[in-house]
Design a protein around this ligand. Structure first.
Ligand code: FES
Length: 693
């Protein structure tokens, strides 16, 4: 695998090479990488083998949540996706259970320090950062903690431009840039203390919060007010082959590619047509990775239509009403088998297709990371929740809910503020709304002058095009942010191209009839080339589902305010000019399905609990024997008792209960106890001076 050295959006920094060993082999990584990314860089996807059945293990979440990525680093078992690589590190694959030292010495155990603060915010993503800004601006002392090495949460993985309004949530800017803006606001507020590389482990009945500070010290925080902004974790799916290395979450892929600049795959297949799946496909193509296809179980994709159109234009086949039947391979993913399903989710015979790929990305939704919130509530703490931990939605909604919950806390503190919480709640509700069905657009008959043409065909909350027009000629109908935009045509368009460059959906083109009515000039946005496109080369002009042929570039420019979006102008015949929606530089490479035999699988070959390798078949067996209590299931099978603490399997088990006709209210939930995240015993016990633990 390679290091990404060119990217149309991301800056490629100079990275210092460092040496490390994996299973005795000397390898090269980069300073600043986590171990998992350094292993991927060296084409190592198998990090160990499971103790129960010796099956190969690799990453799934790359976010510290699933505990699949354990390796032994300098003698200590660690999560590869959360542990920074160090020069000279000796890493071993984790085969079976890690060994304990034979001899152990008595140690001095010390109590953790207790730190007080007015507000503790857990999570420095869009919600946590927005909330911390509000507190900082009101001179309230805050500790903001995050388990990653930088501020921004998932924003730092997002290379695409965001929807929403420019005024409130930086619409038209890329996630990576919004992370920087929000982070800079925090850095200017001395009263906000930020602890990065710090993980919240537990909340306790004495209203203390246990934190692993800076990955090396266990401290307890006694907050007067607690705000949980811990985000979300990716959902897993149960299907044969789901634990093969090479099957992992779309967020993990974004982490490898967009944060750590590793070309993590050659050929990916995406499961899930929501915004995360669609946009990850686009990110893959930006990184030079081929997207073989995307499946969605519903009859249409659930994500924004403009995100879907970006993939369709680039020739990615999208199979709706399809599900994954299996991931195939011995030690790694070698292919995927998909099949069509009916409206009841039942497989249709003779519809299976198998495609060769090395990676299958699971993008079937997110679950809130909300266990801290519920536990704190149970213990009577003054606790609020924001962002995805409150409700799964876009990052723009999280910016609002972070502000709203911070204001609610200020209200409780008796501090006055100017903002109106109800207004903000209304705006947040707009951002959270599910996208409606796309609309068939009536394309204008006009063939004179120059004007923007909007291929924006779904009423989603987005209006940056209305804010950038220097002639103030773009509006949304009735000035409502979810309504479609239009060109007012009261003053001349000056052809500046800002509306094209700012559009998050790449859904605006500029059409210019001033020189020719038969062959107007048409300008498209392009975010796929790290090199500036040269005048005179030929590019493919495409609609959302068709290709119109190759045309010569007449002009290529980049606006200073939008340095990563190239504006490419070609001259097109009139009948194509208004239908074309984009350009691409390379040929589409549609992949035919492989003509290979596909075997059937049983429930016993589908893993539901990755940590303890418990199959769907085992769970079904006990449900059919009358088990309704999660704790009993645990005792009988060990399900949910692995190192992830049941975070990955619990939703899947609930689903099996549903499939077996058991109502959710008849299921007795399992007992949840702190700790929610693993911590080395040495640090938990406050032992600071021993190495041989
Ligand atoms: S991949 Fe490391 S914890 Fe999930």
């Amino acid at each position: 695998m390679e290091n990404i050295t060119k990217h149309p959006i991301l800056e490629i920094p100079e990275r210092k090479k460092i040496k490390f060993k994996f299973d005795e082999k000397e390898l090269i990584g980069f300073e600043g990488l986590v171990i998992s990314s350094a292993l991927f860089l060296n084409s190592i996807k198998i990090f160990g083998h499971h103790v129960k059945d010796s099956s190969p293990q690799g990453i799934f979440c790359a976010n510290g949540q699933c505990s699949q990525c354990n390796v032994i680093a300098d003698g200590i078992p660690v999560k590869a996706c959360m542990t920074p690589l160090k020069d000279g590190m000796e890493i071993r694959s984790c085969n079976g259970l890690p060994e304990l030292p034979i001899d152990d010495e008595p140690v001095d155990v010390s109590d953790a320090d207790i730190i007080t603060t007015s507000v503790l915010i857990i999570g420095a993503g869009p919600a946590g950062l927005s909330a911390a800004t509000i507190f900082g601006e009101h001179e309230i002392d805050v500790i903001l903690i995050d388990d990653k090495d930088r501020l921004g949460g998932k924003l730092v993985l997002q290379t695409h431009k965001f929807f929403g309004s420019q005024k409130d949530v930086y619409a038209g800017k890329r996630g990576i840039d919004i992370a920087r803006i929000l982070g800079d606001q925090i850095k200017s507020l001395d009263i906000v203390k930020t602890w990065i590389n710090s993980t919240c482990l537990a909340v306790f009945s004495d209203k203390l919060v246990g934190v692993l500070k800076n990955n090396e010290e266990y401290v307890l925080i006694s907050p007067k007010y607690l705000l949980i902004a811990t985000g979300a974790r990716e959902k897993m799916l149960a299907f044969p082959g789901n634990t093969l290395p090479g099957v992992y979450g779309a967020g993990a892929f974004q982490t490898l590619v967009n944060r750590d600049l590793i070309k993590a795959a050659e050929r990916i297949f995406i499961v899930g047509g929501g915004n995360v799946g669609l946009i990850t496909g686009y990110h893959a193509i930006q990184a030079g990775i081929q997207v073989i296809g995307l499946i969605e179980a519903m009859p249409s994709c659930g994500g924004y239509k403009v995100h879907e159109d970006k993939l369709r234009r680039l020739g990615v086949p999208i199979y709706t009403s399809h599900t994954i039947l299996s991931a195939n391979g011995t030690n790694n993913v070698e292919s995927i088998t998909i099949g069509q399903i009916n409206e009841n989710g039942e497989s249709l015979p003779n519809t299976t297709k198998t495609f060769r790929c090395d990676t299958i990305l699971i993008a079937v939704g997110l679950n809130p990371v909300d266990e801290f919130y519920h536990k704190a509530k149970e213990f009577g703490m003054r606790v609020w929740v924001a962002g995805d931990a409150q409700e799964i939605a876009e990052a723009s909604a999280a910016i609002f809910t972070g502000r709203i919950e911070a204001l609610k806390i200020l209200e409780k503190m008796g501090i006055e503020f100017e903002e109106d919480i109800d207004d903000l709640e209304n705006l947040a509700a707009i951002m959270k709304a599910k996208p409606p069905e796309p609309i068939t657009l009536n394309i204008t008959e006009k063939t004179e002058g120059i004007f923007p043409l909007f291929h924006c065909n779904q009423e989603i909350p987005c209006n940056p095009c209305t804010s950038v027009c220097p002639q103030d000629q773009i509006k949304t109908y009735d000035n409502i942010i979810t309504n479609l935009p239009y060109f007012k045509d009261e003053k001349d368009c000056i052809g500046c191209g800002k509306c094209i460059a700012v559009c998050p959906g790449l859904a605006v083109i500029l059409i210019d009839f001033r020189k020719s009515k038969e062959f107007p000039s048409v300008t498209f946005p392009l975010e796929l080339s790290a090199n500036k496109v040269e005048k005179g080369i030929k590019v493919s002009v495409v609609g959302n589902d068709m290709e119109f042929g190759k045309f010569e570039v007449k002009r290529a420019r980049i606006l200073p305010e939008f340095p990563k979006t190239q504006l490419i102008t070609v001259e097109l015949p009139l009948k194509i000019a208004k239908e074309a929606t984009g350009i691409r530089l390379n040929e589409s490479s549609y992949n035919e399905a492989l003509d290979i035999y596909q075997k059937g699988f049983t429930d016993n070959e589908t893993i539901v609990c990755r940590c303890e390798r418990i199959s769907v078949g085992e769970i079904r067996h006990w449900i059919r024997n009358g088990i309704r209590d999660f704790n009993e299931l645990k005792a009988l099978t060990k399900v949910g008792m692995g190192s992830c603490g049941g975070k990955t399997c619990t939703p899947l088990i609930n689903r099996i209960f549903r499939e077996e006709g058991v109502a959710i209210e008849d299921i007795i939930p399992g007992t949840k106890r702190p700790l929610y995240i693993e911590i080395p015993m040495k640090i938990f016990a406050g032992i600071k001076d021993k190495k041989e633990d």
